[in-house]
Ligand binder design. Structure first.
Ligand SMILES: [Fe+2]
Length: 255
């Protein structure tokens, strides 16, 4: 077993390369349940495309919290030669939810020109379909790349990368500024009249604030989170609930 990732830092701050944050949520297919204590074991090549085969540099595991969230900070993996061509940048990942079988897979990054020529990354149908494992990276205001990899578990215990399962009922458009210091504005939309909640969770999955909770018409809204001084610096997840189902979330960082 590789070491537990301390402080969400898979790569030390001194590790060369483009900083990258991967986060996501583990839930059942209906999204009615979030799966805590899922082991997410990751490893990848360094910026030069080399694996540490002796120690555990750029390898470790984390666990999803009480709300099913996980997060780790690392660097964008370098590319290495496979035969005569380079493999796309990728992260190996083993996912082990409690009471479900282990799944071993890889994630890739949208726009990588090596995906099309890669035997594993270019599969677009069947059991090994990589489509939902090619994730979009966006650059945050501190020039760190961020990607989201959500994992839905179906009744057979299979796990798949997935995105945007319930965005027909409501979603969070943006939260800004992010990272923030004193207060953050959350813009969101409700697509049909419903009981709506906007809730903030910390990295342990504990609820730290309720920003909104009432019946709302279909409309665009915004809310402001201005945490008290006692709220610690770190990552938080803000989720929108439509009729008690958390349908979308956004990750924010409080400085
Ligand atoms: Fe690899």
């Amino acid at each position: 077993m590789p070491p537990l990732i301390e402080n969400n830092q898979l790569a030390k701050s001194t590790e060369p390369g483009q900083r990258l944050i991967i986060s996501g949520r583990i839930f059942n297919l209906s999204c009615s349940e979030y799966i805590p204590d899922t082991i997410v074991d990751v490893w990848h090549a360094d910026d030069a495309g080399t694996y540490d085969n002796e120690g555990y540099k750029l390898r470790g595991y984390t666990k999803s919290n009480a709300q099913g969230f996980y997060l780790f900070e690392t660097i964008l993996p370098g590319k290495y030669l496979n035969g005569s061509d380079f493999r796309p940048s990728h992260i190996h990942i083993k996912i082990k939810p409690p009471e479900f079988p282990l799944l071993t897979t890889q994630i890739y990054f949208e726009g990588d020109e090596k995906i099309a020529g890669d035997a594993a990354a270019s599969i677009t149908s069947g059991e090994y379909d990589a489509t939902n494992r090619i994730i979009t990276l966006t650059e945050n205001e501190e020039n760190i790349l961020e990607g989201q990899f959500d994992i839905a578990i179906d009744g057979k215990g299979l796990t798949v990368g997935t995105q945007d399962l319930h965005l027909n009922t409501g979603m969070i458009y943006k939260a800004q500024p992010n990272p923030f210091e004193d207060s953050i504005d959350i813009h969101y939309g409700v697509f049909k009249k419903a009981k709506v909640g906007l809730v903030v969770y910390n990295m342990k999955g504990q609820q730290v604030a309720i920003l909104e909770q009432k019946n709302m018409e279909a409309e665009k809204y915004y809310a402001t989170w201005q945490p008290e001084n006692s709220v610690l610096s770190g990552y938080y997840f803000i989720a929108i609930k439509i009729n008690e189902l958390q349908v979308h979330y956004i990750k924010v960082y409080k400085k």
